[in-house]
Design a protein around this ligand. Structure first.
Ligand code: CP
Length: 294
């Protein structure tokens, strides 16, 4: 049984093993690797996709879940119990913990104080590793390969944990990155430093039109307004005109939920892939849990 806190916990071989098994789950393979296991699903922050696909994956693998989707109903929020005490108590009732929390580093803290494996379902603006696994699955599924993809990352690159997890694997899969969006939402310098040190090629662009003819995948993110510390950022959006010079193989990905950056008019184009991407979350999480907790 293993924890998953950050994408840097995974080797390329680990990732490829999870993706390979996820393809099998998508093709109707099943197993009972979590039979007899109780998995705590504790979401201190709102979620639709991550929580429900993880919980569905546990049930489909023969396990059972306990937990909460609203921490206001716990003694942590209502009676002032400390987070560390809360995590220790949860770990005495379950065989593994899936946790989402609004503060960076909480999943790592949980893995240090809990006696059971911890799966990070998103901690603040830091990491969302299971999202990256399903993003990689969707890139490979839609492109027929993972290596050497031209990947546009557009929107809130400063606060989006899905972007921060995804850039961690850029070197492993030789991704060429195009950062697109307002300057105020650019990815932080410490992450750029790591990319530069590892030889990842990247460039900055204000609008998607500047590079759309080069991209295999365009990964959009919403403004993470719940994490903004100052004011409102400049808005950004794609539309049908943005895609006029797109390569035929372009696929648009988005971790969802979406806002104005991804209007409904894109849904009926051959470029839209975000609903398949969200569905892939189930198969990838089945594979992850089967390997890590089975
Ligand atoms: N992509 C994602 O994390 O969605 P939820 O916030 O709905 O889980």
């Amino acid at each position: 049984m293993r924890s998953l806190i950050s994408m840097s916990d995974l080797s390329k071989e680990d990732i490829l093993e999870i993706l390979k098994l996820a393809y099998q789950f998508k093709n109707c393979y099943t197993n009972n690797n979590l039979n007899g296991k109780v998995i705590a699903s504790c979401f201190f922050e709102a979620s639709t996709r991550t929580r429900l696909s993880f919980e569905s994956a546990v049930l489909r693998l023969g396990g059972k879940t306990i937990g909460f989707a609203d921490s206001n109903a716990t003694s942590f929020a209502a009676k002032g119990e400390s987070l560390i005490d809360t995590l220790k108590i949860i770990s005495s009732y379950a065989d593994a913990l899936i946790i989402r929390h609004p503060l960076d580093g909480t999943a790592r803290l949980a893995s240090e104080v809990c006696s059971i494996p911890v799966i990070n379902a998103g901690d603040g603006a830091n990491q969302h590793p299971s999202q990256t696994l399903l993003d990689l699955f969707s890139i490979e599924e839609s492109q027929g390969r993972l290596d050497g993809i031209n990947l546009g990352l557009m929107g809130d690159l400063k606060y989006s944990r899905t972007v921060h997890s995804l850039v961690c694997v850029a070197k492993l899969f030789n991704l060429r990155l195009y950062f697109i969006g307002p300057k105020s939402l650019r990815i932080d310098d410490d992450q750029l430093f790591i990319l530069k040190q590892s030889g990842v090629e990247y460039s900055f662009h204000l609008e998607a039109e500047e590079v759309i003819d080069k991209l295999d995948c365009l990964y959009l993110t919403r403004q993470q307004k719940e994490r903004f510390t100052t004011g409102i950022a400049e808005s950004y959006q794609i539309n049908l005109d943005t895609l006029k010079n797109a390569k035929p193989n372009l696929k648009i990905l988005h971790p969802l939920p979406r806002q104005e950056e991804l209007p409904d008019e894109i849904d009926s184009t051959p470029y839209a892939y975000y609903f398949q991407q969200a569905q892939n979350g189930l198969y990838v999480r089945q594979a992850l849990l089967s390997i890590f907790l089975g």
